[in-house]
Structure formats: structure tokens, C-alpha cells
Design a protein around this ligand. Structure first.
Ligand SMILES: Nc1ncnc2c1ncn2[C@@H]1O[C@H](COP(=O)(O)OP(=O)(O)OP(=O)(O)O)[C@@H](O)[C@H]1O
Ligand SMILES: [Mg+2]
Length: 285
């Protein structure tokens, strides 16, 4: 197992109006892993994410970078935010510059990088999200999905160690979702730690190394997707199970046990491959 990169120790957070959004959450995210954070509306996902880069400070417990509690001084926050890039759920909370290029340049410029490097990083980031041709467009003229892509580019251009994305797929078209999944795979392969809040259980099941399930501000479950998303209490809380997991279970009920045959499909493609391989074996035996 890799080393802890970010962890919560008994973190609670109460908003100024008295809402308890997080209650005694303890968890560890390890370097280089892909984590999906799940939970119903209002479960505390966004509140949790705002703690990961110090926008919110726990009202109880503490957040650690590696093994050290966060330093909430200006300097400490500047350092943390160069390491932890957060893409907000709502793009309008994040975008503020006139043009796409200016917006994406803002983060890397603040890191004090030379102009040439900033230009390179911005071009790379815009290419990664398919927005290179819109670099000179005014941000306020973009569609919702395009704004989301620009927000993601803005954080990618910072080249953080941890990428935290709050419902990044929501509002993106199917092609862009596939494209973004590929971008995330490349980032993960290059060693980045990626944390995503999502309501898409099929995506979480196929993509994540670990899932975290929040329930009314409490940690309901944390572990391997194949284990956690089969738990009854988790399925009850989320109101569903991943489709591939349900099909695998149904097949086992009619005597086709993919697990027994060594298959544990986590995506539609893996499931189709497993079924095809099994039917070939049947025919040749
Ligand atoms: N600024 C705020 N002031 C008071 N209460 C808030 C504030 N922001 C969020 N909350 C409350 O905190 C709780 C957790 O909200 P949060 O936005 O973290 O949930 P979420 O899991 O991200 O939900 P969603 O799936 O809808 O994005 C909710 O009860 C919400 O009403
Ligand atoms: Mg949210």
C-alpha cells in the first residue's frame, strides 16, 4: 500500500447557521490512488472537498497532509493549494477572468512560473479538455459543459499532486465524459492522486480503487468498490447498485458464476468480454 497523502482525523464541520455537515469523519487517502466519494444530495461531499484544500477549516478534529496537520497560515495555504487542485461543482464559482486563456493562466501565474512555461502548461491543459480552439473566447459566452472543461483545465495547468473534482462529469456530453475519463487515466498513470465526487455508480465501480460513502455527514463505508458497493446498507443509502454488479449477481443466480470462473467485471466492456469468453469455452468443451 502506498503512503497516506491526505487524511481526516475525527473531522466535524458545522456551518455558521448550525448545520452539521460532517460528523467525526476519519479516513485516509493514499498517494497515487483513485477515490470516488459517493453519497446522496446533502451527504457532505462538497463540504469534505472544501476541507481538502483548506477553504473550510474543521470545527472539530483535523486534516493532515501526509502525516502533518494542515498549516492554515497564508503561506501554508499557498503551498497546499499548489499541491491540491480542486475543481468546484459549479463552474460559475470558479471562473472569473475575461477569456478562457486568462482564466487557465491564473493558477500557474500565481505559482510564479515564467511566462513561457505558463503558456506551455495552458496550451497543454486546454488541449487535454478539448478547448484549445476556444482559448480566446470570453468565459461568459461558454456553455455549461465548456465552462466545466475550462475549470478542469485551470487546475490541470497547476500540475497538482492531488486532483479533486466535484462531480466533473455532470453536464458533460457522452463524448466528453469518455474523453475526460481518458485524461484522468493518463493523470493517474503519471502518479497523480485523483479524488472525485459523483452520483454515477457505474463510473465509480469501473474507475475507482477505493470508494468512500457519506451518509448525512458521517462515513458510512470506505474500501474496495467491489466490496462496498455490494453492501446492502450502502445500496439502500445510495438507492441503487452499479449495473455491472447487478448483472453479475443475476447471472450467478441462474448458475453462471463469473467470479468462480475468475472474472470480476467492473465495466460494461469487461462484462461483455467475460460473457463472450465463457460462451466460447462452453462451445469448445
Ligand atoms: N454554506 C452553507 N451554509 C449552511 N449549510 C450548508 C452550506 N453548504 C452546505 N450546507 C449544508 O451542508 C450539508 C452538506 O452539503 P454538501 O454541499 O456538502 O453536500 P453534497 O454531498 O455535496 O450534496 P450534492 O450531492 O447535492 O452536491 C447539507 O445539509 C447542506 O444543506
Ligand atoms: Mg456537492
Amino acid at each position: 500500500m502506498s503512503d497516506p497523502i491526505l487524511s481526516f482525523t475525527d473531522v466535524s464541520y458545522r456551518y455558521p447557521d448550525g448545520t452539521n455537515a460532517l460528523n467525526n469523519c476519519s479516513l485516509t487517502i493514499r498517494r497515487g490512488t483513485r477515490t470516488a466519494v459517493l453519497g446522496a444530495n446533502g451527504a457532505g461531499k462538497t463540504t469534505m472537498f472544501l476541507h481538502l484544500n483548506g477553504i473550510l477549516r474543521p470545527t472539530g478534529g483535523h486534516v493532515q497532509w501526509e502525516e502533518t496537520p494542515l498549516d492554515y497560515s497564508r503561506r501554508g495555504m499557498r503551498e497546499l493549494r499548489s499541491r491540491v487542485g480542486l475543481v468546484f461543482q459549479n463552474p460559475d464559482s470558479q471562473l472569473f477572468s475575461a477569456s478562457v486563456r486568462e482564466d487557465v493562466s491564473f493558477g500557474p501565474m500565481n505559482l510564479g512560473l515564467v511566462k513561457e512555461i505558463v503558456r506551455e502548461r495552458v496550451a497543454e491543459a486546454l488541449l487535454a479538455v478539448g478547448m484549445a480552439e476556444s482559448a480566446d473566447k470570453p468565459v461568459h459566452n461558454l456553455s455549461y459543459g465548456q465552462k466545466k472543461r475550462v475549470c478542469i483545465a485551470g487546475v490541470l495547468a497547476m500540475q497538482p499532486e492531488v486532483l479533486v473534482l466535484d462531480e466533473p462529469m455532470a453536464g458533460l456530453d457522452a463524448a466528453m465524459q469518455t474523453e475526460l475519463t481518458a485524461v484522468l487515466e493518463r493523470l493517474h498513470a503519471s502518479g497523480m492522486t485523483v479524488i472525485i465526487a459523483t452520483h454515477d455508480l457505474d463510473f465509480a465501480y469501473g474507475w475507482a480503487d477505493e470508494v468512500i460513502v457519506l451518509q448525512s455527514g458521517e462515513l458510512l463505508a470506505h474500501g474496495l468498490p467491489a466490496e462496498i458497493l455490494q453492501q446492502e446498507d450502502v445500496q439502500d443509502e445510495l438507492g441503487a447498485a452499479p449495473l455491472v454488479a447487478e448483472i453479475t449477481r443475476t447471472l450467478s443466480l441462474i448458475g453462471i458464476d463469473l467470479r468462480d470462473k475468475g472474472y470480476l467485471p467492473r465495466s460494461k466492456n469487461e462484462l461483455l468480454k467475460a460473457i463472450t469468453a465463457l460462451s466460447r469455452q462452453e462451445k469448445t468443451s
